[in-house]
Design a protein around this ligand. Sequence first.
Ligand code: ATR
Length: 283
Amino acid sequence: MSPSRHAVFGHPVAHSLSPRIHASFAKQTGIALQYEAIETTPEAFTASLAAFAASGGKGANVTLPLKEAAFKLCVDVSPRAKRAGAVNTLTRTEDGANWRGDNTDGAGLLRDLGDRQGLDLRERRTLLLGAGGAARGVAPALLDAGIGDLYVVNRDSARADALIDAQGQPGRVHSRYYTDLPALGEFDLIINATSAARNGGMQKLPMSLIGARTACVDLSYGEAAIPFLAWARAANAHEAIDGLGMLVEQAAESFQLWHGVRPETDEVYEALRGRNAALVTAD
Ligand code: ATR
């Protein structure tokens, strides 16, 4: 039987760890899989995906900056992808004519924070930095996990307002400006969902945001996670966690959607953590 054909689309995507993660899951579960990284600009995405489908592509992950474009081209999306307005997992429909979309980012984050890091998220007063595709992917899952009030801060406040409106919980989810941060007090959970480290650098954050039990989480990993996690450690955060675990867990969710089997994640997580040890650590 020829291997099932899958890929991750992104821009840039050359350094994506997804091919390695999916290859490891395939080996572990005995599934014949071909998984490649396909570099595509937003302008070329639709044509590139069509070519992939024409050559037998059955499923794709979608990363920066294509998650909103992926959402728009699906014939059908899951409820969680709809709330996020962003898709990170595409599956070919049975008739082979269209794509169905899902978003496994939020579930991946919850699995990492809950199962791997042992954090209880319930009632945590939460600050979400950023309102792009990554932030929108995780906000619904955090609310469903029972966090307390959610404060969203973004440079472009219209994007923060759109994220908040999509949640439909006006008493619980609030929009604030970066200039408001010094007056907001301490948070129990701070999530960096910005791409600031790759885009001109992080905004200045006051240390008053961090208290004795604050967990700080960057959705990126590797060098992109360094500035925020360095700030968190300097301010004595209780935990400083990067997005490597979330990356592995969202991949496992996608793998299960495509192949119907849930892979074990610890082995590949530990292998990648070893490779990234100099750059990233979870306290
Ligand atoms: P992603 O899918 O990673 O969320 P995105 O949709 O392009 O990518 O969103 C990037 C996020 O990082 C946005 O919230 C963006 O803020 P704006 O909407 O105000 O542009 C945020 N971001 C990027 N560079 C930033 C910087 N230097 N400082 C603060 N926020 C930044």
